[in-house]
Design a protein around this ligand. Structure first.
Ligand SMILES: CSC[C@@H](O)[C@@H](O)C(=O)COP(=O)(O)O
Length: 330
C-alpha cells in the first residue's frame, strides 16, 4: 500500500508540495509552496497541521527561503508567527538557524529532521502498542498526515492493531475543525482498521458502558512535569477517563517537550477565528452576529496521565523525573 504523506519535496524544481488537509477526505489536492512566506501562510491556514508535520514543513520553509533569496531572518520570523502552540515549529526553526545563508546546510538539516520524525515514530509505535488493548478512543489526528512519519498516538494504535491487540477504535470527530472525522477516519479506513466515528460529547457515554479500554492522544507541547497541550477537548477526555478508571496515554517524540517550561501554565494557547465554530464548511450554524470562542488547544494536568509514550519507551510517574532522565537533563 502506498504510504500516506502530508508533503513531498521536489528537489529539482525547489517546490514543497502539501496535501491540502482542509479538503480531505473528499478531495486529494496538492498545493505547491515556493517561498517561506507561502509556507507560513499554509501552516496558519492549516493546509498542513499536526505538531511534527508543522515542524518539518517549517524546516523546508527555510530551505525555500534560501532557494528564493528571501531573507532568512524574515523567513524565520514569519514562520515563528504562523502557529503558537506546537513546540516542534520552534525546535525546527532553532535547528535551521545555524544554517542561515547556507542552502546545502539547510537542506541537509531539514532532511535530517524529517528522517528523525520517521525514526522516532517507529519507536513510539512499537512502545505504544504494548500498552493498548481492546477498544481504544482517540482525539484529533495524530497519524502520518499529522507528522510526515508513521504517526504518534495513531501510529501506536495502528501498530497495536497489526499485532492483534486493538480490535476497534472510537474516533472523536474533534470539533470544530473535525480532524477526527475527516483525517483520522480517512487514515483508519485506508489502513483497514475497524473504527467508529463519534461526536466529542459521546465519550462519557461510551466509557460508562465499558466500551473504552484505553485512551491515547498526541501532544503539541509538553512541560517538564508532564502537563501537556493538545487539541481542545483532550482535557475533558482525561477527566472522564480518570473518573472511569480508564488508562489515559499521551504519545509524543521527546522533541515535543519544552524544557524551558516547568508546568503547563506557560504553554501559549492558540485562539483561532470564531468563524470556525460558527460555520461548518461555509454553512452558518448560529444566528448572525452571535459571538463564539475558539481556543484551539487545552492543557491536561499530568495527574490524569497513566503513561507517556516516547521513542525511548513508556514513562510512568513521577513524570518530572522520568522526563528529565529521558531528555538527559539529570
Ligand atoms: C502527532 S500530532 C499531535 C498534535 O499535533 C495533534 O494531536 C493536534 O492537536 C493537532 O492539532 P492541529 O490544530 O490539527 O494542528
Amino acid at each position: 500500500m502506498e504510504r500516506l504523506l502530508p508533503f513531498r519535496f521536489d528537489e529539482e524544481e525547489g517546490v514543497f508540495w502539501l496535501l491540502d488537509q482542509r479538503r480531505l477526505p473528499l478531495e486529494e489536492v496538492w498545493v505547491p509552496v515556493r517561498t517561506a512566506r507561502e509556507m507560513a501562510e499554509a501552516i496558519r491556514a492549516m493546509v498542513v497541521r499536526g505538531a511534527p508535520a508543522i515542524g518539518v514543513s517549517a524546516a523546508f520553509g527555510m530551505v525555500l527561503a534560501h532557494l528564493r533569496g528571501e531573507s532568512p531572518k524574515e523567513a524565520d520570523a514569519l514562520l515563528r508567527q504562523s502557529r503558537p502552540t506546537a513546540v516542534n515549529l520552534f525546535h525546527a526553526l532553532d535547528r535551521l538557524r545555524p544554517h542561515w545563508g547556507d542552502l546545502e546546510g539547510s537542506l541537509r538539516e531539514a532532511k535530517a529532521l524529517w528522517r528523525e520524525v520517521e525514526e522516532t515514530e517507529r519507536a513510539i509505535g512499537l512502545h505504544g502498542a504494548k500498552v493498548l488493548r481492546g477498544q481504544v478512543l482517540t482525539h484529533c489526528n495524530t497519524g502520518p498526515l499529522a507528522t510526515g512519519g508513521y504517526g504518534t498516538a495513531l501510529g501506536a494504535i495502528l501498530e497495536a492493531h497489526r499485532k492483534g491487540r486493538v480490535n476497534h477504535v472510537w474516533v472523536d470527530e474533534t470539533r470544530p475543525y473535525l480532524q477526527g472525522a475527516r483525517l483520522t477516519a480517512f487514515e483508519l479506513k485506508k489502513a483497514g482498521v475497524p473504527a467508529t466515528l463519534v461526536a466529542d460529547n459521546m465519550a462519557g457515554f461510551l466509557m460508562q458502558r465499558g466500551l473504552v479500554d484505553a485512551v491515547i492522544v498526541g501532544v503539541d507541547r509538553m512541560a517538564l512535569n508532564g502537563d501537556f497541550a493538545n487539541k481542545i477537548g483532550t482535557y475533558t477526555l482525561a477527566v472522564l477517563a480518570h473518573h472511569h478508571g480508564i488508562p489515559f496515554y499521551a504519545a509524543l517524540p521527546l522533541s515535543s517537550v519544552d524544557p524551558r517550561l516547568e508546568s503547563g501554565e506557560g504553554i501559549p494557547i492558540e485562539e483561532r477565528s470564531p468563524e470556525e465554530v460558527l460555520e461548518l464548511k461555509g454553512v452558518r450554524l448560529a444566528p448572525e452576529g452571535f459571538p463564539a470562542y475558539h481556543p484551539a488547544f487545552d492543557v491536561t494536568p499530568h495527574r490524569y496521565l497513566t503513561g507517556i509514550v516516547t521513542e525511548k519507551g513508556v514513562l510512568y510517574p513521577p513524570f518530572d523525573e522520568a522526563l528529565r532522565h529521558a531528555l538527559g537533563l539529570s
